[in-house]
Design a protein around this ligand. Structure first.
Ligand code: MSP
Length: 682
């Protein structure tokens, strides 16, 4: 009987469905896709789960703002996630939405089971404290004002009777888990942070809400809904068929649970490495740890944009769709995995992306594949003769040795999630083949009588190495490797090709080799950047395909002089109706931070609290105000202006200011009385 394939269960976090994914969010999913593809190539049966986190107060509020129901909002947004994953070729096997009935049943059953088997684990008590609605985090257990430690925004006051999870009772058990499973949290330094947090003492955790309606009702007490993190974490089980931890669980769940890896960004470690294992311990005290505890919590760093975490509320996002459409999926994947040292923060830059693309993909692998395959077609009629395999010396054994060595190294790097190093090794092999061809010059030998065998040997050595390069690079650049593989005439399934010892000389002979389509055509940086920006503007500002507005920094202060020399003034009607004025939403904002923007003399970047959110606003006031004088100041902000980009940064709102004197010196509008952030100005 054949041995069944080993299983591998991998998850991304489920994404908040209150906004559109950006490149930072796509990073987690792309990394997991690389791992899933690699594991499949190595013979594993892979379950890869992703999904959307659709409950909670931030969803409720986002929907309210748009004037639609939370159900409509999440329906719409979850589709955007699915469409993006499809466009990016993400090979997930399971998708879970927390608003699905199967998920609600699973969450309720997990709590019922916990109450049954660990009767002390859940209790009811009054809660008063501060809660961050953006990160769904209890910030402090006292009513005094406090800022969220993740995003820095002011946390909200909560006072209500809640169900609590007795987290304090799991401190020792958690420390024991970290001892028994030393790679439970990766990278190691993250485990140390988690351990110190647990050692410093754990507080019991509120896991229900009374003030929120948009959530899963508590079983037998429907006035309460589940705390979103209890709800969301359970998706790792419900998404693959958990029902009750007993007979109703699906075969799929029984096969794949527990997860081998929960891949997460570094800011959500505590939920995964402390709360989640404790919830599981309380739900399954009757089972062996290895039957229910995830194998590993793997934390990656953030993708930064202009030195800050890329995030919608900061307005510093780049989107994946325009990049994939302008340069291809493989380009984005390659760039992210090559440039970011996995586990650390990495900078995202479109400029660097295109430079990498041209250097490594267009001039590197793309050019090598095209040269090699074209010569096989032109000089050998597109076929390696099966009967006359060249001798070992002729074959260039050293290239074979290097390729075989690379196979082992790359495999190790993938196993350690060291993607940048894996790609470095593969691309040094690309250079080796390039050098080998330049040294042997088959294009010159082919013109010399009697050198046909030598040419065959050169091309065989290059093609054999190219075959292994395709296998090694496939998890990261699946599309290009697939077309090179096909052009090489290989019939084996590339998706499973790493399931055994690989031989360098294992290139299938006698097959029809074809000229490939250009896998990575060279990119003109300016043109590609323009295409990406146009598509990004369309995403930010649907319906407008016009180029971005001129930046405030370069905006002319004097009236525009028309070609005739006359002063051109825009036609503005003398009076507007109240209905026109009502279209402008004005609110009170409080400046949280202000800083200069490099290379822009007039612009300041401000973070302004407008009550229910903090906006990034760029204002052309740097010549009149020092950044430090603005912090804490009350301003008037136009909040419903379409976002626009200046100096690569998004501005999400406009400050009102008087324009004084002949130079139009800006003087900010403010209030003498005490007014709260978010108050309407009308
Ligand atoms: N809904 C929770 C997760 C619940 S899991 C039971 C959540 N969602 S999220 O949409 O905010 O984040 C989803 C993933 O995207 C996280 O892994 C997060 O770290 C990642 N990223 C979001 N912005 C990111 C960057 N700028 N850079 C890298 N990854 C980041 O948290």
């Amino acid at each position: 009987m054949n041995n069944p394939k080993p299983k591998y269960y991998l998850t991304t976090p489920i994404y908040y469905a209150n906004s559109r994914p950006h490149v930072g969010s796509a990073y987690t999913t792309i990394v997991c896709d690389v791992i899933a593809r690699y594991k499949r190539m190595c013979g594993f049966d892979v379950a890869y789960l992703t999904g959307t986190d659709e409950h909670g107060v931030n969803i409720e509020r986002a929907a309210e703002k748009l004037g639609i129901s939370p159900a409509d909002l999440v329906d719409r947004n979850q589709q955007i996630f699915r469409d993006l994953w499809k466009l990016l070729g993400i090979s997930y096997t399971d998708f879970v939405r927390t608003t699905e009935p199967r998920h609600a049943v699973a969450v309720q059953n997990l709590v019922r089971r916990t109450q049954r088997v660990s009767p002390d684990a859940i209790f009811k008590r009054k809660y008063e404290g501060r809660y961050c609605i953006y990160d769904n985090l209890y910030v402090s257990d006292t009513p005094e004002p406090a800022a969220c430690q993740i995003c820095g925004r002011p946390a909200e006051l909560i006072s209500e009777e809640n169900y609590f999870f007795r987290l304090s009772a799991y401190q020792e058990k958690l420390l024991q888990l970290y001892k028994d499973q030393p790679d439970f949290v990766q990278p190691d330094f993250r485990l140390n942070e988690v351990k110190s947090f647990v050692e410093s003492g754990l507080k019991d955790l509120s896991i229900s809400r009374k003030t929120i309606k948009w959530g899963i009702p508590w079983p037998g007490d429907p006035e309460h809904v589940f705390y979103v993190w209890y709800d969301a974490l359970t998706s790792y089980m419900s998404g693959i068929g958990f029902v009750d931890g007993e007979k109703k669980d699906s075969e799929r769940f029984k096969k794949f649970w527990p997860a081998d890896v929960h891949m997460i960004g570094k800011e959500i470690i505590r939920f995964h490495a402390v709360y989640w294992p404790a919830f599981l311990m309380a739900a399954f005290p009757d089972k062996k740890l290895s039957d229910y505890m995830p194998g590993r919590i793997q934390a990656h760093g953030w993708l930064l944009f202009e030195q800050e975490k890329m995030s919608k509320s900061k307005g510093n996002v780049a989107y994946a769709e325009p990049i994939a459409k302008a340069l291809g999926n493989d380009a984005l994947r390659y760039y992210l995995l090559r440039e970011v040292v996995f586990g650390q923060d990495g900078n995202f830059s479109k400029d660097a992306l295109i430079t990498r693309y041209n250097a490594d993909l267009a001039n590197g692998l793309g050019n090598l594949a095209s040269r090699t395959l074209t010569m096989i077609v032109d000089y050998l009629g597109g076929r390696f003769p099966e009967e006359e395999l060249p001798s070992a010396q002729q074959l260039g054994v050293s290239l074979g040795e290097k390729a075989t060595l690379a196979l082992g190294e790359v495999r190790q790097h993938y196993d350690h999630f060291d993607f940048a190093k894996a790609l470095e090794v593969i691309w040094s092999l690309v250079s080796e083949v390039d050098q080998y061809l330049s040294m042997n010059k088959p294009w010159a030998s082919i013109k010399v009588f009697g050198k046909q065998k030598f040419v065959t040997a050169n091309l065989f050595a290059s093609a054999a190495t190219l075959r292994l390069i395709c296998i090694m690079a496939h998890p990261v650049i699946p599309e290009a490797t697939q077309s090179i593989w096909k052009a090489l005439g290989q019939t084996e399934e590339l998706e499973k090709a790493w399931n055994r010892e690989l031989e360098w000389s294992g290139l299938k002979l006698g097959m029809q080799v074809t000229r490939p389509e250009a896998v990575f055509p060279r990119a003109d940086k300016k043109e590609i950047l323009e295409r990406i920006e146009t598509m990004e503007n369309e995403i930010r500002n649907p319906g407008s395909t016009q180029p971005a507005a001129p930046s405030a920094d370069s905006a002319p202060t004097a009236p525009i002089i028309a070609a005739t020399g006359a002063v051109a003034t825009p036609a503005i009607p003398a009076k507007i109706g109240i209905e026109d004025f009502a279209k402008v939403e004005l609110r009170v904002g409080i400046v949280k931070s202000a800083e200069r923007i490099q290379g822009a003399d007039k612009l300041l970047k401000l973070l302004v609290d407008i009550g229910d959110e903090v906006r990034q606003v760029l204002a052309g006031i740097a010549l009149s105000y020092a950044p430090e004088d603005l912090v804490g100041r009350k301003v008037v902000i136009v909040t419903n202006l379409a976002p626009r980009k200046m100096r690569g940064l998004e501005s999400n709102g406009m400050l009102l200011a008087a324009s004084v004197g002949p130079d139009g010196k800006p003087v900010l509008c403010t209030f003498a009385e005490d007014v709260p952030a978010g108050a309407k100005v009308k």
